[in-house]
Every structure is written in structure tokens, then in C-alpha cells.
Design a binder for this molecule. Structure first.
Ligand SMILES: *[C@@H]1O[C@H](CO)[C@@H](O)[C@H](O)[C@H]1NC(C)=O
Ligand SMILES: *[C@@H]1O[C@H](CO)[C@@H](O)[C@H](O)[C@H]1NC(C)=O
Ligand SMILES: *[C@@H]1O[C@H](CO)[C@@H](O)[C@H](O)[C@H]1NC(C)=O
Ligand SMILES: *[C@@H]1O[C@H](CO)[C@@H](O)[C@H](O)[C@H]1NC(C)=O
Ligand SMILES: *[C@@H]1O[C@H](CO)[C@@H](O)[C@H](O)[C@H]1NC(C)=O
Ligand SMILES: *[C@@H]1O[C@H](CO)[C@@H](O)[C@H](O)[C@H]1NC(C)=O
Ligand SMILES: *[C@@H]1O[C@H](CO)[C@@H](O)[C@H](O)[C@H]1NC(C)=O
Length: 359
């Protein structure tokens, strides 16, 4: 869990994580606090759409940039979309979102052989180049299948990732030598760096693309070993595809596969004040993100959206085996009147007079 823009100590963060897990378990059973503004639709199929997200252009149901569509896909299923990207999950707690796009990145073989071509990410829309709330998250990676190429992932002028693939003649033309995994021979991968020093203090666009450069000797021989595939996907996703026929079927299935990508988001505005119930802090790009304080749950982006958790409903999970008294943000535990001992363990509170008679 990332506590964006905040300076929690390790223990506080651990407590928050524990409280969050408990609150998630509790919210499954107890009546959940509202996730959207009143009068706004907050579901699309089985997906919850919490504010600041909203469905459609309905006034005031979402914050700028957070308007999604809920499309009827014809076969009775509904798909939540951000532009053409399908939204698979929204996480309010760490301000992330999983979307899928279709297939690998289309590299256009423009210019000379050596230029290798360029491909835009999300070229079919979605993030835009304005002050939109989204950016490619750090939990993605770049994967490149090819022979003798250098690939660079850029956002505007900033370089976010890059790697080299090499192949030598002894592998022949029987496909990429993938047996050793994606280690630089026929395939390379690299993590994505988002907090670039070069980008610090500058508003970053969200115009992602991959620039390829080819440096081999015989291009047709390199291409014979397999087509160039460039992917930006959730870390580890491509590992699951090795050994399957996604690359070598004709046409490659990869081109039609749903590829998951992590996006990070933040509200593009000045942070509202924090109070006892919620914490709002500066995000990485001049906006803000919020979370409910420890002991509260709900939607921190709604006014008064974080509600006190009644820890006493599940007091044993909070280590209370005595009399539990819920308070705003936390709870008190004590042995009931007439008993004494340790209220933090089962059976720890014992009858005071029984105790006296023993002594
Ligand atoms: C965000 O939370 C989800 C589940 O709550 C988790 O799977 C994911 O790894 C988290 N991402 C980050 C960037 O912390
Ligand atoms: C949306 O909110 C603004 C400001 O709070 C308000 O002036 C406007 O009437 C609202 N519009 C609708 C349709 O509720
Ligand atoms: C890839 O890009 C080229 C050039 O822009 C275009 O002609 C082609 O249809 C695209 N292919 C796919 C599968 O989108
Ligand atoms: C990118 O670089 C060009 C040339 O150095 C510069 O003119 C332009 O302002 C830069 N764009 C951004 C967004 O930094
Ligand atoms: C390049 O490779 C192709 C296919 O393997 C081969 O037919 C061709 O002769 C090679 N060209 C040169 C200049 O080596
Ligand atoms: C529970 O806590 C509240 C707030 O501290 C206090 O006012 C109240 O008297 C307590 N109730 C019991 C039964 O201890
Ligand atoms: C404690 O024990 C005494 C004597 O056995 C009994 O009268 C009393 O009800 C008990 N109190 C509680 C709180 O169990």
C-alpha cells in the first residue's frame, strides 16, 4: 500500500494497513458507506465506480477527467471504459486503476531501417495530453521481443524505460531464442521509472510512445526470427505468456489479447484540508490524493465520506476480549465491572471477588 504524499511512520503505516484489511473485511458484511454523490450512479455491471469517478457526463457526478462510460456490450455484459480502455479495477486507497488495452504496441516502420519505427501507447485514446489525472504507474514493465533492437519508452521528452535485444547468427532463423527467458537475447524487459529527476517540478504530459532503433547487420534475417513485439503491461503479466502459442500462432494471438496496465491517478486541483477523518496530500504531479484516517472507512473524496469504524462489532479482531466502547476513530477496552485482569486475551477478565477469595 502506498500512502501517497504522506509521512507516516512505518508502524503507523502497518497499523493503517491492518486497519484497512479489517475495514475491508467489515465492509463486506456491514452496510457500506456511500461511494458516490447522492443521485449519481455508482455501479457498472459488477464494478463499483467510486467518486471522484462517475459515469457519463452527468453534471457533478465526477471530478474533471474522471468521467467514465458504462457501455452495454450487447451480450448482456456491461463494460466500464476510460476512452477506449476498459477499466478492470479502481483502487481508492492507493489511487491506482487497472485498465486493459488490446494487443501489443503497433510499431510503424517509418523512415530508414535504422530508425526502427515508433509506436504510440494507447493511441486509440484515453489518457490525452492535457492536464488529465492519469499516468503510467511504476508497477508496469516494458517487454520487447525482437532481434538487435534498442527500445526506449518516452513520455514527451522524458525517457521512462528502455532495453536492448541481441541475437547472433548461431541461433539461425528458427524464432527468437526465448528458452532462457527474457534476458536480453531475443527478448528484453525493463522497469518503468516514473519519478524522473528530469521531470521534477515540470508538468508531465501523458503522451507515451516507444521509439525503436535497429542496429543489426541483416534486417530481413532478424525479422525472420519473429516479428517485433513491444508491450507495456503490468509487471509479471508477460511471464505467464511464455511457452504458450501467443507469439508463434498465425496471426499471433498477442495482437488481440487483453493486456493489463496499471495507471496512477490524482485529482488535478489543490488539496482540500485534512481533518480527523481523512488525510489529503499532494500527489506527484501537482494534484492530490486522499485516504481515510486509521479507524475510518469510506470514500475520502466525498465530503464527510469517511465514517467511523465501529471496532466493537468485531472487537476480538482488535484484540479486545473485555467490554468494548467505540469512540471516534478508535475504541476503548476494559474488563467489565466486577471483573479484573487482562482484557487483551480470551478469558483474561476474571471475577474480582473470585480472585479475592483465591488470595
Ligand atoms: C493497490 O492496491 C491493490 C489492491 O488493493 C494492490 O493489488 C496493488 O498492488 C496496489 N498498488 C500499489 C501501487 O500499491
Ligand atoms: C453542480 O455544482 C455546482 C457547484 O456546486 C452548482 O452550481 C450546480 O448547480 C450543480 N449542477 C447540478 C446539475 O447539480
Ligand atoms: C498499425 O499502424 C499502421 C500505420 O499507422 C496502420 O496502417 C495499421 O493498420 C496499424 N495496425 C493495427 C493492427 O492497428
Ligand atoms: C522537449 O524538447 C524540446 C527541444 O529541446 C523543447 O522545445 C520542448 O519544450 C520540450 N518539451 C517539454 C514538454 O519539455
Ligand atoms: C540476409 O538474410 C537473408 C535471410 O536469412 C538472406 O537470404 C540474405 O542473403 C542475407 N543477406 C545478406 C547480405 O547477408
Ligand atoms: C465510552 O467512551 C466515551 C468517550 O470516551 C465516554 O464518554 C463514555 O462514557 C464511555 N462509555 C463507557 C460505557 O465506558
Ligand atoms: C463473581 O462471583 C460472585 C461469587 O461467586 C458472584 O456472586 C458474582 O455474581 C460474580 N460476578 C460476576 C461479574 O460474575
Amino acid at each position: 500500500m502506498t500512502m501517497t504524499g504522506k509521512t507516516h511512520s512505518a508502524t503507523a503505516a502497518a497499523a493503517a494497513a491492518a486497519a484497512l484489511m479489517v475495514s475491508l473485511m467489515v465492509s463486506a458484511t456491514a452496510s457500506s458507506p456511500p461511494m458516490g454523490l447522492s443521485g449519481c450512479v455508482t455501479r457498472c455491471g459488477d464494478m463499483e465506480v467510486p467518486y471522484p469517478f462517475g459515469i457519463g457526463p452527468a453534471a457533478n457526478c465526477s471530478l474533471p477527467g474522471f468521467s467514465l462510460t458504462c457501455d452495454d456490450d450487447g451480450d448482456g455484459t456491461r463494460a466500464l471504459r476510460l476512452g477506449t480502455l476498459q477499466v478492470m479495477g479502481i483502487d481508492l486507497y492507493n489511487a491506482t486503476m487497472t485498465v486493459v488495452h488490446s494487443g501489443d504496441i503497433n510499431i510503424s516502420a517509418a523512415g530508414s531501417d535504422a530508425s526502427g519505427g515508433y509506436g504510440a501507447l494507447f493511441d486509440s485514446g484515453g489518457l490525452g495530453d492535457d492536464d488529465g489525472p492519469y499516468r503510467l504507474g511504476r508497477e508496469n514493465e516494458l517487454t520487447v521481443l525482437s532481434c538487435n533492437t534498442a527500445a526506449t519508452l518516452t513520455n514527451g521528452n522524458a525517457t521512462m524505460s528502455g532495453c536492448f535485444t541481441l541475437c547472433d547468427a548461431r541461433y539461425g532463423s528458427a524464432g527468437y531464442p526465448l528458452s532462457s527467458g527474457c534476458n536480453g537475447v531475443g527478448c528484453c524487459r525493463a522497469p518503468i521509472v516514473t519519478d524522473l529527476e528530469v521531470a521534477e517540478g515540470k508538468k508531465q504530459p501523458a503522451v507515451y510512445g516507444v521509439q525503436m532503433r535497429w542496429f543489426g547487420v541483416n534486417r530481413s534475417a532478424d525479422l525472420q526470427r519473429g516479428p517485433v513485439h513491444v508491450l507495456v503491461a503490468k509487471q509479471g503479466w508477460f511471464d505467464g505468456q511464455f511457452g504458450s502459442d501467443v507469439l508463434f500462432s498465425h496471426p499471433p494471438k498477442l495482437a488481440r489479447m487483453a493486456v493489463p496496465v496499471w495507471l496512477e491517478w490524482e485529482v488535478a486541483a489543490a488539496a482540500p484540508g485534512s481533518d480527523d477523518t481523512r488525510d489529503c496530500g499532494a500527489g506527484a504531479r501537482g494534484g492530490y490524493t486522499c485516504s481515510c484516517s486509521v479507524g475510518y472507512q469510506g470514500n475520502p473524496y466525498l465530503p464527510d465520506g469517511c465514517k467511523d469504524i465501529d471496532e466493537c462489532e468485531h472487537k476480538e479482531e482488535h484484540g479486545c476480549f473485555g467490554q468494548c466502547n467505540n469512540t471516534q476513530g478508535w475504541f476503548q477496552c476494559s474488563c467489565p465491572p466486577g471483573t479484573q485482569g487482562n482484557h487483551e486475551m480470551p478469558g483474561g477478565c476474571v471475577n474480582s471477588s473470585a480472585l479475592k477469595s483465591v488470595v
